[in-house]
Design a protein. Structure first.
Lengths: 76, 699
């Protein structure tokens, strides 16, 4: 049995790629399941930002550093 | 100052606690996003949804106005708490009372009760215990450690306790502290101070150093307790945090419309299904998984569309047509159970009808050439033999008459639909007399059967089926449409391709809710490119209806004999179909919860469902092709053979001759399955493009 099965979530890139034949082949007038190139870029850019920038983790390390400095007698 | 402490999951937390059990006497947990996870983000969306429900209940008020009123009341309560020297906490009880009073101008305990029930129901649908939380709490209690929960939350203690109980954590907590009850928050440290005082009464001599507090908020759950000497532990579940952010982003994108609302909707369904251990275990079976992840979204969206149609048209009865209406009836029954407060539910009736029995009844006044050609839509048609079988006419009764008109072989395919022999055969009065007598008997039995089911006693009814051509609706109208008591009949189908007889003048009284060829939306076409899988997924295990018989004064259906070779194949596949359907029903549970939480309409989520269907039909995996090819599909409208869903083998070399390849695959029931073995999607993508170009050229 294949371990990796496709579930309910399709990536927006895949949705966009699947919609291309409809745009090229029948010039569909409806957006259908195409996420739209501009929206796709917005979504992926923000998703990447969320992945890279984690405020919580940054705050945690700041607290950690302050506690370290305090223990060293260097912080307030 | 102690070093801040973080753990990445409950297992790491347990390992950390295990080495300190001699010191720790009490472990305190944050509730939301620590012990419990929400399937919908941001949490404000639940409040918005309650505002929508309240606005609907009151009437004459917009959801936005209702939500703004709630915000205003909440703000006033928080300001009042601050002016009383407390933290800016508010309690849901006065909030609900003031909110309702502000909207309708006077207090209304019944509406306040409605708000409480709605908030409770939606929170309960949204929340689940996090994986590992239950096991950790049980372990702590077994070690003799006191376990408490401390939450910054506007809901009351009892309300939150009930939610924890719904998630299976209720009995595992020694005590629950909620900020709304004290007017004090964790973020200021004042709630932690109060908790220490009260816990000190329960555990004599308890010191802050003997308490550990765990949570996901750095200020409330770590910095504030640490300043009091409590060991604060930051629960740093990165995947969970990213999931929440992703869902919040999806919620923002959903406001754009298009495919986004559906994608956000199924993100909620997907998360709920992941948390459902029973569903996950069942999904190890391929057919259950396929039912839950491919057919489930499609059929559930169809059902939601059906519910919306019922709301708009208000039929007296719903007739689910055998055999493919079988699953839809089960889904409808389950939806009714899940919506106990709803008043108008048309009575469901499962009727044994098939294209064959209504076709036979429709020839009670003779068979015209225009009617006869419906038998030729199947590529495997066998000419006059198919015509006779389609209309349930005994071959032996017509064989001699056919020979007289030049039919040497009745099974010879007729590619010219105006074949002179066929026209002469149908123009023969002896043929028509015989046809009429058979048709009249059949029509009378069909009339009595439908009368028994209350069809003619209703003013407005709807037929529900997988659809395709609406043949049963057409032939019913042809047979009985002139009767004065013929009801206003609507046809609500999964798909309506309108190929055989157009929409036969039905207009908006016939509709394909997922696919309707009259909409001319090519994105909808995936179900048309593999009809068999949807028929298989929805069908009952019984044979098709061949006719009716009399028994004890009642008309009963006569089904195809289980000993027939094609039935044998079907019966062997019935267990697989049951797995499909169990998966669909599993999906429906979570689909319904997501619908309650978001209130999306079927049309809003359909674009994403079409994407899921396009993926499944055009870009199947090897496993999907292998397993689905095991199914036996019978064609029982004028044909008795089984359809081979199996795959034609193609190679890379075939891709160099695209026209030859296209001709080879064009009439295959699942042409796109031929590309699955390549392991990448470009060949199928190119073939899809070629296919759509061909469809456009033909239209």
């Amino acid at each position: 049995m294949s371990r990796k099965r496709i579930g309910l979530m399709l990536s927006v890139g895949r949705l966009w790629a699947m919609s291309r034949p409809f745009r090229l082949g029948c010039r569909s007038r409806t957006p259908g399941f195409s996420p739209g190139a501009r929206d796709l870029v917005v979504y992926e850019r923000r998703r990447l930002w969320h992945w890279l920038y984690e405020r919580e983790r940054l705050e945690y390390h700041t607290m950690d550093l302050r506690a370290f400095l305090k223990r060293m007698g260097l912080g307030r | 100052m102690k070093k801040p402490m973080r753990v990445k999951d409950f297992a790491a937390l347990q390992a950390w606690l295990e080495t300190r059990l001699d010191v720790i006497r009490c472990v305190s947990f944050d509730v939301f996003d620590t012990l419990l996870a929400r399937c919908i983000e941001p949490p404000d969306d639940i409040q918005r949804r309650v505002a929508v429900l309240l606005a609907e209940k009151i009437g004459g008020i917009t959801p936005d106005a209702a939500f703004e009123a709630r915000r205003a009341v909440e703000w006033e309560l928080r300001r009042a708490a601050l002016s009383d020297g407390l933290d800016h906490e508010c309690h849901f009880d006065p909030l609900a009372e003031s909110w309702v009073a502000r909207l309708i101008g006077h207090p209304d305990p019944a509406l306040v009760g409605f708000v409480h029930r709605a908030e409770r129901e939606l929170e309960s649908l949204a929340l689940t215990a996090k994986p590992g939380a239950l096991a950790l709490l049980e372990w702590l209690r077994a070690q003799g450690v006191r376990v408490i929960a401390v939450s910054d939350m506007y809901l009351s203690h009892d309300h939150l306790a009930a939610l924890l109980a719904d998630c299976g954590l209720g009995g595992l907590l020694d005590r629950l502290y909620v900020s709304s009850e004290f007017g004090l928050g964790k973020y200021s440290g004042r709630l932690h101070v109060r908790v220490l005082e009260l816990e000190g009464q329960a555990l004599e001599g308890l010191t802050p150093a003997q308490v550990v507090h765990v949570g996901d908020n750095l200020v409330s759950d770590m910095r504030a307790p640490m300043q009091l000497g409590i060991r604060g532990i930051y629960l740093d579940e990165r995947e969970e945090r990213l999931r929440r952010r992703r869902q919040t982003l999806s919620a923002e994108m959903a406001a754009l419309g298009g495919v986004w609302p559906g994608r956000r909707f199924f993100e909620i369904v997907d998360y709920r299904m992941e948390q459902d251990a029973a569903c996950q275990a069942a999904c190890a079976d391929f057919f259950h998984h396929y039912g839950a992840h491919v057919l489930g979204p499609a059929f559930s969206t169809f059902l939601l569309g059906l519910i919306e149609k019922i709301e708009a048209v208000k039929p007296d009865k719903l007739f689910f047509l055998a055999r493919d209406g079988y699953l839809f009836e089960k889904m409808y029954a389950r939806w009714r159970e899940l919506e106990p407060d709803r008043k108008h539910w048309p009575e469901p009736v499962y009727v044994y009808a098939s294209r064959r029995v209504v076709a036979t009844a429709s020839v009670a006044e003779g068979l015209s050439p225009e009617q006869a050609v419906v038998a030729f839509y199947n590529p495997k048609q066998q000419g006059l033999l198919s015509v006779l079988k389609t209309f349930g006419l005994p071959v032996e009764d017509f064989a001699d008459l056919a020979r007289e008109q030049g039919f040497a072989d009745l099974a010879e395919p007729l590619h010219d639909w105006r074949d002179p022999r066929l026209l002469a055969f149908l123009a023969d009065e002896r043929v028509q007399t015989r046809i009429r007598s058979i048709g009249e008997i059949s029509r009378e039995r069909l009339r009595r059967y439908f009368e028994q089911q209350g069809f003619f006693a209703s003013e407005r009814v709807a037929l529900v089926d997988i659809g395709w051509n609406g043949t049963i609706q057409k032939f019913l109208r042809d047979s009985f449409g002139k009767r004065p008591d013929y009801p206003d009949v609507h046809g609500w189908y999964f798909a309506f391709v309108a190929a055989m007889h157009g929409d036969f003048g039905m207009g908006d009284r016939i509709e394909g809710l997922i696919l309707d060829a009259r909409r001319d939306d090519s994105y909808e076409r995936a179900p048309m490119d593999f009809e068999e899988i949807f028929e298989q997924g929805a069908r009952s295990g019984e044979g098709t209806t061949l006719g009716y018989a009399e028994q004890d004064g009642q008309v009963i259906p006569v089904l195809k004999d289980d000993r027939a070779p094609d039935r044998q194949g079907e019966i062997a596949c019935n267990p697989l179909i049951e797995h499909f359907q169990a998966g669909v029903l599993d999906h429906l549970e979570h689909f319904h919860a997501a619908w309650r939480l978001t209130g999306h309409h079927a049309t809003e989520i359909k674009p994403y469902v079409l994407g899921l269907l396009e993926r499944a039909v055009v870009y199947p995996t090897r496993e999907e092709v292998r397993e689905i090819s095991r199914l036996v599909h019978t064609e029982d409208f004028g044909h008795d053979h089984t359809l081979d869903i199996g795959v034609i083998s193609i190679r890379y070399f075939d891709l160099l001759r695209p026209h030859g390849l296209y001709r080879k695959l064009r009439n295959q029931p699942w042409k796109f399955s031929a590309f699955a073995h390549f392991g990448w999607t470009l060949p199928a993508w190119l073939f899809r493009l070629m296919h759509l170009l061909d469809v456009r050229r033909r239209s």
